[in-house]
Design a protein around this ligand. Structure first.
Ligand SMILES: [Zn+2]
Length: 387
């Protein structure tokens, strides 16, 4: 029953299905010769909405990609639109949208009197590669800005060609490239061993489900240190629609404060997300068009399959985009408006790693160390002599 309803974009919670007088559960296996009736229990025009998906997803196209969009007009109608694009057209459209994002939100506008420029975190994966390619392609149409790309030395550099590929890409784009040594995180966090060793060790503890966040926090912090050293005031990350929508879902469901997108100032640095209006599929197709091959799907490492709640937000973000392609346009601006009306976000500074974090109003603060540094400390990974 659920298959039949979902196939037609009928929400399971919008109908009660009956066989005669008896209700039928969503998992019921349909029996031949039996009449079922799905009774609408919602007050909206279900057919109007399910018809939207006929327009978007049930018409074939001779092209590689159809860009779907659901939006509202000024009279409050809900409208679906689709644009059929060849791979070449799609690449042009992706670059145009990234250009518009940069211009609309002043992502690359230099701050007066500050050291200016952008550090691009270049992992060599599809997102950051696409980001660097698109910024390079748009260089003449963007305000003058300095770009430096930085790649972390891989934990497993002998097996990995990531460094070499990232370096080659930056060179092809005419952009200076920095390799961030594995010792940088160890020094920034005053660890008693290399970060990889600490993360692997933490996977054996009750804090295992936090290791992914710790990995991200340490990566960001080291990028900040490198940016300041290089005289750069911005950090560009290749976060796309699903990344940012999942983050906002997380904030709704936990009550955690989240700074605005696609540009957020944290401490002395500004984080920018030029891919904020591009989804993951579009990025992969863009990558395919610009590099001639599909990116290989990197196997997630031990801590990336956890925490599951975070992955669930990603799954939901993808499902939501299927039902409302283009939702990010509304969501980000609503988030910014809400942020402007609320009390200003409060920053905290960690005296160990030097990072700036948003204070979460409901969290009791009993330390001037950030959560991550406290976890390192609790499990004996802090080198007290190095403090
Ligand atoms: Zn810290």
């Amino acid at each position: 029953m659920a298959d039949v309803l979902l196939r037609h974009f009928v929400p399971l919670h919008s109908v009660v299905v009956v066989n005669g007088a008896d209700p039928v559960p969503d998992g019921h296996v349909l029996e031949a010769g039996t009449d079922y009736e799905a009774r609408l229990i919602e007050g909206y025009d279900l057919t109007r909405f399910t018809d939207l998906y006929d327009d978007l997803y049930r018409r074939s196209a001779p092209t590689a990609y159809v860009w779907p969009r659901i939006s509202f007009d000024a009279d409050a109608h809900v409208l679906a639109s689709r644009v059929e694009l060849t791979l070449d057209d799609l690449a042009t459209e992706v670059e145009q949208r990234i250009l518009e994002t940069c211009l609309e939100f002043d992502l690359l506008e230099p701050e007066p009197e500050a050291d200016c420029g952008v550090l691009v975190g270049l992992s060599g994966g599809v997102d950051s590669t696409a980001l660097l390619l698109a910024l390079t392609a748009n260089a003449d149409r963007l305000p003058a800005h300095r770009i430096v790309a930085a790649t972390f030395e891989d934990f497993d550099s002998q097996k990995s060609t990531v460094q070499a590929r990232a370096k080659q890409l930056a060179s092809d784009c005419g952009i200076p490239h920095i390799t961030v040594g594995a010792d940088r995180a160890q020094n920034a966090f005053h660890l008693s061993c290399p970060l990889s060793e600490a993360l692997t060790g933490l996977m054996e503890t009750a804090d295992a489900h936090k290791v992914m966040y710790i990995d991200h926090h340490t990566t960001r912090r080291v990028l900040e240190v490198v940016a300041v050293e290089e005289g750069l005031d911005r950090i560009a990350l290749g976060l796309h629609v699903s990344d940012l929508v999942a983050g906002l879902l997380n904030s709704w469901f936990t009550g955690y404060d989240v700074a605005p997108v696609p540009r957020r100032r944290i401490g002395d640095l500004t984080y920018i997300y030029p891919l904020a209006f591009i989804n993951k599929k579009q990025l992969h197709l863009y990558y395919r068009q610009r590099t001639g091959g599909f990116a290989t799907h990197a196997h997630p490492n031990a801590w990336e399959l956890h925490p599951q709640d975070r992955n669930f937000y990603y799954y939901l973000a993808d499902v939501m985009q299927q039902y409302w392609p283009g939702l990010e346009v509304f969501l980000y601006s609503a988030h910014r408006w809400r942020g402007r009306r609320q009390a200003p976000l409060v920053e905290e500074h960690c005296v160990n790693c030097g990072s700036t974090l948003l204070h979460q109003p409901f969290t009791p603060v009993d330390s001037d160390w950030c959560d991550v540094c406290q976890i390192f400390e609790r499990h004996g990974y802090i080198d007290r002599e190095a403090l």
